[in-house]
Ligand binder design. Structure first.
Ligand code: FUC
Length: 336
């Protein structure tokens, strides 16, 4: 079952789509193909949101933290905002410290209004967002049709990332959802227990730009044995983790809150995800008028290795003409 409400937000008419099922309720918006809230029950059956959301829809328009939105054409930081395909150099916006491209820069999909349609069945609802990225408006090569399919089914949210292109291009799509299992943002995520199926990260240079693969076993980024989330130093967790065994049937991350007893399992067939503990709050208030502070959410941004095109041995994120981009992630909620 679903409902659609139209809202005027900073002079744009936006669509708010609410999908309700017995054990999960999710609200989406066509701006950024963003998720606004995910309500799931706690140990007592109490439905609360497990997503960090802004208090006002207006805040999603500038959204400097890319809150819960789709990111593209490329997720993460690209060194020197430059890449080379077929011998041609492409130069993107330098929106990170004036030296790298972050999340696609000014043309990020987080700030685009997607078209949408809905396929509603008894136990499963699909919200299908589409966007045409036109070459003449872009620093990236080619025209692409982007399709994001959210499927809500039995306490689960599937996200399919599909695309095609008429020219070889760079494409690395993710969703930037910030989770908090306490329910309605009652506490920070530092008391949550975290498991990450990863022994290697792409190490960051002093400017947070990924540059080389590094083993993290027995370091403070090693979450192969579940333990409480640690905000490591001033930058917290903000790293691309390479998944040990890439398999959509095996969770790449598990998050648990021992108070609400909610559990989130993340699955993907991408080879990488960025785990980020919300270290750089902006000025906007969160849902329920809550002040935005560090560590109020944790992201599992499933994606290709960011900056992979500039690092030997990693997936380069090039989508070739005639090839289909097709990746899938799953966020599965339960109580334990
Ligand atoms: C994440 C991080 C960044 C950034 C942003 C909002 O992907 O890697 O550091 O602050 O998203």
């Amino acid at each position: 079952m679903y409902t659609i409400v139209k809202k005027l937000v900073k002079n744009q008419e936006l669509n708010i789509i609410e999908v309700k099922q017995e054990n999960i309720e999710i609200t989406f918006m066509d701006y950024g193909a963003a998720i606004l809230s995910i309500l799931v029950p706690d140990k007592n059956g109490l439905f609360e949101t497990v997503l960090m959301g802004y208090e006002d829809l207006e805040s999603y328009i500038e959204n400097p933290i890319y809150l819960n939105a789709i990111i593209g054409p490329t997720s993460g930081r690209i060194k020197d905002a430059t890449f080379n395909i077929n011998g041609k150099e492409y130069v993107l916006d330098k929106n990170h410290l004036n030296m790298a491209n972050l999340h696609g820069g000014s043309e990020t999909f987080a700030y685009k209004v997607f078209d949408y349609h809905i396929v509603d069945n008894l136990d499963s609802t699909k919200v299908i967002f589409t966007l045409y990225k036109k070459q003449e408006e872009s620093k990236y090569p080619g025209n692409q049709k982007i399709e994001i399919i959210y499927t809500i089914e039995d306490g689960k949210l599937y996200i399919e990332f599909n695309a095609d292109t008429d020219e070889d291009t760079l494409l690395n799509l993710t969703n930037h959802a910030y989770f908090n299992l306490s329910g309605n943002l009652k506490s920070k995520i530092l008391n949550h227990e975290l498991y990450l199926n990863s022994s290697n990260i792409i190490q960051l240079d002093q400017y947070s730009i990924p540059y080389k693969v590094e083993n993290i076993l027995n370091t403070n980024l090693d979450y192969k044995s579940p333990r409480k989330v640690q905000s490591n130093g001033f930058n917290g967790i903000d790293h691309p983790f390479l998944i040990d065994e890439v398999n959509i049937e095996i969770p790449c991350a598990i998050l648990k809150d021992s108070v609400s007893k909610r559990k989130l399992e993340v699955y993907t067939n991408y080879e990488c995800f960025v785990c980020y503990t919300h270290e750089y709050p902006d000025d906007s208030k969160l849902l329920f008028g809550i002040e935005q502070i560090k560590n109020m959410g944790i992201c599992f941004e499933t994606q290709h290795a960011p900056n992979g095109i500039n690092i030997d041995g990693l997936e380069d994120s090039i989508l070739r003409k005639g090839h289909k981009y097709s990746y899938k992630s799953l966020y599965k909620f339960s109580v334990y």
